[in-house]
Design a binder for this molecule. Sequence first.
Ligand code: MG
Length: 407
Amino acid sequence: MTRWRFAIGTDQGLVRATNEDALHADATIAVVADGMGGHAAGEVASALAVATLVPAFHQDETVEGLVRAVQAANVAVHADARADPDHAGMGTTAIILALTAEDSGRVVPTVCNVGDSRAYQLRDGALRLLSRDHSVVEEWVRMGRLTAEEAAVHPRRHQLTRVLGVGPVVEVDVDSVAVQPGDRVLLCSDGLTNELDANRLASLASPPMPLEDAAESLVSAALEAGGHDNVSVILLEFDEVEEAARPVHRTVATAPVAEPRARAHARRRPRRVTWRAAAALLLFAGVVAGAVGVLRWYAYSSYYLAGDKGLITVYRGQPSGILWFHPRRILSTTYPVAHLRPVDRRALATTIAEPSLKAALNYATYLNHAWHLTRQSQIAATTTTTTTTTTTVAPTTTTTARRGTSG
Ligand code: MG
């Protein structure tokens, strides 16, 4: 059996308008969450994370259950941030100490971390950092680009590389903690660690100072040092301990959870692109349709006469056609091509353009009439007694709007 006692302290500090830290401790889990996001969204993120995480862990008090609880908190904050524009981009850190059950039946302490809130172990007046900050400068320290002293004052020291609620999946560090009876563990937000160095933390948090007094003095000291941020601490002391049979030290990526709102949102994004593409396509189609319309108007704007099956025939369009707009046969007159003067037959063979159907028909009539007059004068010239009979045949329509080619 492993058991602890705990004391809690929090203050909004001397600069911040609200306290965006949230914290909770009971017999098997202790958590400090430091929320971030404008319009008090940080307050929502940290509170929502704690409110989701704690009951989820109590459903399954194992290491796997703890990771699932963190995953549930991540999804809850992420979904809320996407559903509410005022909460967009909000997130929270979480430093957790939990008593997790092993298969062996032992209950052992496990620390779980996302962000830059910290867990320290205190033994014999010495302080040991149990968590690893997920911040840009911490990465640089590990890479050797910065010293710990440079990192402590670096302008990017508050820039986090992992935060709960910002993405659908989050990586979580999970580590077993080896403790002895009398050991203390301090969970805190960066409002404490940015104000007090490790020696100060150790002296204020260590025995013989009672737990409650120690927690209170830590918060007070941070305020005296400037209180630039919200300050939160949970100080725990182990009365009884069991050692883990199989300690864990790993980073776990939480699995993505089906999130209908997020999926709906994801579907909307490509739709915006599609609408733009559709608009461009419509514009292009409009331009093409306009050009085709102009072309069609020009192709069928005039008429011409040509011979077809021995008759003078009226066509609409251009004799050789324009692209796929072929000339259309409008009607055949009753005037035989043979009843044309030779000069008119030659003209008809190369087609005779007319501006309208009426003009085309009038000209066909004229051609036929001209042939009759010529023929009569020829007869008159070769006979002594003449009886002139002129027959005018009105054109009659036989077909309409049938596609054909000039004859
Ligand atoms: Mg903070």
